[in-house]
Ligand binder design. Structure first.
Ligand code: SF4
Ligand SMILES: [Zn+2]
Length: 141
């Protein structure tokens, strides 16, 4: 389902080929051409924030930034877009939640020297070590 802002997109109803990175000029004129492609779009910020959440726009110009195919190029394009949106260029590290998403025990860092009573060590993906390995084994914790 299209988001409300997409109705106001400059590219709406246009030939998507015009936003394909393959059709951009090469090298030095590329970044400017990408910028011009989305110039004047009223919803470029919404588009940009949505793009940071997605992965399937490779090969397209999004929010004035070219996202050509290729992992390193995408990584660079994400940085450019983040800066354009006023975010720090580097992606934030996923933070440890306060509680395990499964057993809800309070968490301490995996390498913490002390494990207080009723706490659990954090593994990642929102889960404590026990719940994570239980999930991997495919059994309920
Ligand atoms: S910023 Fe560009 S890609 Fe995004 S909605 Fe506007 S015209 Fe389309
Ligand atoms: Zn747990």
């Amino acid at each position: 389902m299209a988001a409300e802002w997409q109705e106001r997109a400059k590219c709406r109803g246009q030939d998507p080929e015009r936003w394909a990175t393959a059709n951009l000029p090469s090298a030095s004129r590329r970044a400017m051409a990408a910028l011009m492609q989305c110039d004047g779009c009223a919803v470029w910020r919404e588009c940009g924030f949505a793009a940071l959440e997605m992965t399937d726009f490779n090969g397209m110009v999004v929010a004035g930034v070219a996202f050509p195919e290729g992992t390193n190029k995408i990584r660079h394009a994400r940085k450019v877009l983040r800066v354009r949106l006023g975010l720090p260029a580097t992606e934030p590290r996923a933070e440890m939640p306060n509680h395990c998403a499964d057993c809800e025990r309070p968490l301490v860092a995996y390498r913490a020297t002390k494990l207080p009573k009723a706490h659990a060590r954090y593994h990642g993906h929102g889960l404590c070590v026990g719940c994570y390995s239980a999930k991997r084994r495919g059994v309920a914790a």
